[in-house]
Design a binder for this molecule. Structure first.
Ligand SMILES: O=C(O)CCC(=O)C(=O)O
Length: 255
């Protein structure tokens, strides 16, 4: 097993602090993210949810990769797929959702993402092993911009169903999470250059704080399954209904 995969299995996340996609792919994605924010969808399909951009709050636009060619090309570029598969050891990686996240400066607690495990929101899949997120920085993410913070090793605590993505009081959320007696709460910030990425397991606790810089924090969170993960029988949510449609659920990597 590669060292990077062993570390991912140990920590529940991996931080790739270097640009992964080639320049031209990254530049088209950066162009696309602004277009999507402003309601331009060059693939003819709107995102599934677009609240409109309000610089006073965190903006979450769901599934923009189906709407914009630059973002779609980013999530399907071979360099990104190979890097993600190297981290997780997967043989096949498929996109089933994404979120364009824009955290404007000066939003204080309105820019927080509360501590949570993604599995809380992902009950449509049969198992947690092989379900993960690649979070691609679409601008530099220094500490002042409110980077994602991972709790090291928390994917090994099991599914606790505690925390809340939408919660704004990090301390209260943290106190509601039962850390196993022999474990520590150890936070690691994901500091990334534009085009860098992190990968995290769906049971890893994570969240993020305020953006106290003077520019927005931009990212595309890409939600993925590998060859081990199948939908729960009878599930008919949007997220499992389009697995054969390459515009909506493209395969990012195949060995
Ligand atoms: O962007 C953030 O701060 C949190 C994103 C997140 O929760 C995720 O990608 O799973």
């Amino acid at each position: 097993m590669e060292q990077v995969q062993a570390q991912y299995e140990q920590d529940g996340f991996s931080i790739v602090a270097e640009q992964v996609a080639p320049d031209e792919v990254l530049q088209s994605a950066l162009h696309g993210m602004v277009g999507v924010r402003d309601g331009v969808f060059d693939m003819g399909m709107a995102p599934t949810e677009h609240p409109g951009y309000d610089p006073a709050v965190l903006c979450k636009i769901n599934n923009p990769h189906r709407s914009d060619k630059g973002l779609h090309d980013l999530v399907t570029c071979p360099e990104v797929g190979r890097k993600v598969a190297e981290v997780t050891g997967s043989r096949r990686v498929q996109v089933w959702a994404s979120q364009l996240l824009i955290k404007p400066p000066g939003t204080a607690a309105a820019g927080h993402v509360g501590w949570h495990q993604d599995r809380q929101y992902w009950k449509m899949w049969q198992q947690a092993e092989g379900l993960f997120t690649a979070w691609i920085a679409l601008g530099d993410v220094a500490d002042a911009l409110g980077p994602m913070r991972f709790v090291r090793g928390s994917h090994r605590w099991g599914f606790l169903d505690q925390g809340d993505f939408y919660g704004k009081d990090q301390q209260a959320l943290r106190e509601g999470i039962e850390v196993p007696a022999d474990e520590d709460w150890q936070e690691v910030p994901a500091l990334l250059p534009c085009g860098g990425l992190s990968v995290h397991h769906c049971l890893t606790f994570h969240g993020s704080g305020a953006n106290i810089a003077d520019v927005p924090r931009w990212s595309l969170a890409v939600h993925l399954r590998d060859e081990r993960v199948e939908p729960v029988e009878g599930d008919n949510t949007y997220y499992t209904a389009h697995l054969d449609d390459p515009q909506i659920c493209p395969v990012m990597y195949e060995a």
